[in-house]
Design a protein around this ligand. Structure first.
Ligand code: F6R
Length: 338
């Protein structure tokens, strides 16, 4: 498949999809009319932004929420379910994200938002979501990828749209794309190669620990390992895990749990202390630290995401599984008649 003329990606090759991650960050140019409509929402004033989406398509909203929540004057919430909370009313803006456009839960939440007269923007390749959406509120994106590999496109649109709602300057994804491509050089100096990490965690259960903007990156890593490598993984947030999970550390050896700490260059001193205290307590489980140099939090998130996506691929290869197929997800959808 030729994707907007910038990259040649086969629909049957997850490695090519992941290699194209930096390019995909700058692939979609949001329609000017959609940006105008989003800016109009900002001028009118809004009570909050609600992101809808499941699985790979939900990650974009999670990343945006974690980046902007601290400074946003209105709540940013993410819904991964059939219905939206009662307080989401006509003064809220909803962004429905579904790569296929046919995900039952997202469509159901979309319909509910419609009944509540929310302003709804959709981000999709087509399907039912495109059909039910108001044509001037749909940002179409190129099809042919697995939804989880489309994260860079879904994220660039979702972040820039949300920035318009909040009256913020747009992130320049051309520049972000350049920096994330460059971050691969860091893998050599500061991180073990994705192949090495994959072989280290093979036969263990990786348990990702992270805080703040890196918490959804930990969750994404867990999901990519599940879907690409067909392999179990867990993710926990610090500080919450300091109040429960840490008590389970004695069982880590028994279950071959391997803690992996995603640490940020943008943490305050107290949080750094929490990470090192947590590592000390879990030390018998031989944990690993992943930290990558970046100019800001978004680039840190995306550079780590690209690295961990690649690890999930190497793990799939090590175990001889097809990283592309998601037979169980398809089987479940079929069993439910979706
Ligand atoms: C498959 C994948 C899944 C889908 C999910 C929802 O690559 O990542 O997690 O994202 O089943 O489907 P969409 O994204 O089409 O709404």
């Amino acid at each position: 498949m030729k994707l907007l003329g910038i990259s040649s990606i086969s629909e049957r090759n997850m490695r090519e999809m992941i290699q194209a991650f930096p390019e995909l960050l700058r692939t979609v140019k949001i329609d000017d009319r959609i940006i105008e409509r989003a800016e109009r929402e900002s001028e009118k004033g809004l009570k909050g932004v609600c992101f809808l989406g499941m699985g790979g398509s939900s990650i974009a909203g999670e990343y945006v929420r974690s980046l902007l929540s601290e400074t946003s004057p209105v709540p940013l919430i993410s819904v991964r379910d059939y219905s939206i909370p009662r307080h989401v009313d006509k003064d809220w803006v909803v962004i429905a994200v579904s790569y296929s456009g046919n995900t039952e839960e997202t469509l159901s939440a979309y319909r509910e938002a419609r009944k509540r007269s929310c302003t709804i923007f959709s981000v999709t390749t087509g399907g039912e979501l495109k059909r039910v959406s108001d044509t001037s509120y749909v940002q179409l994106i190129p099809s042919g990828l697995q939804p989880r590999a489309a994260l860079p496109m879904l994220l660039s649109v979702t972040l820039n749209l949300t920035q318009s709602f909040l009256g913020l300057d747009h992130t320049d994804f051309n520049e972000v794309s350049r920096q994330v491509a460059l971050s691969k050089k860091e893998w050599v100096g500061n991180l073990m190669s994705p192949e090495t990490l994959a072989s280290k965690l093979n036969d263990s259960v990786p348990v990702f620990f992270a805080h703040g903007h890196l918490a959804p990156v930990a969750y994404r890593a867990k999901c990519q390992i599940n879907e690409n490598a067909k392999y179990t993984a867990l993710s926990w947030e610090i500080p919450e895990a300091n109040h429960n999970e840490i008590e389970a550390s004695a069982s880590y050896k028994r279950f071959s749990f391997l803690p992996i700490f995603l640490e940020s260059h943008f943490e305050n001193k107290r949080m750094d202390q929490r990470f090192s205290a947590t590592r000390a307590i879990l030390s018998s489980a031989n944990g690993l630290v992943l930290k990558i140099g970046s100019r800001d939090r978004l680039e840190e998130m995306l550079s780590l995401t690209l690295y961990l996506d690649t690890v999930s691929l190497e793990l799939a290869d090590l175990n001889g599984v097809d990283s592309l197929s998601v037979d169980k997800i398809s089987e479940l959808k079929a069993r439910l008649g979706g």
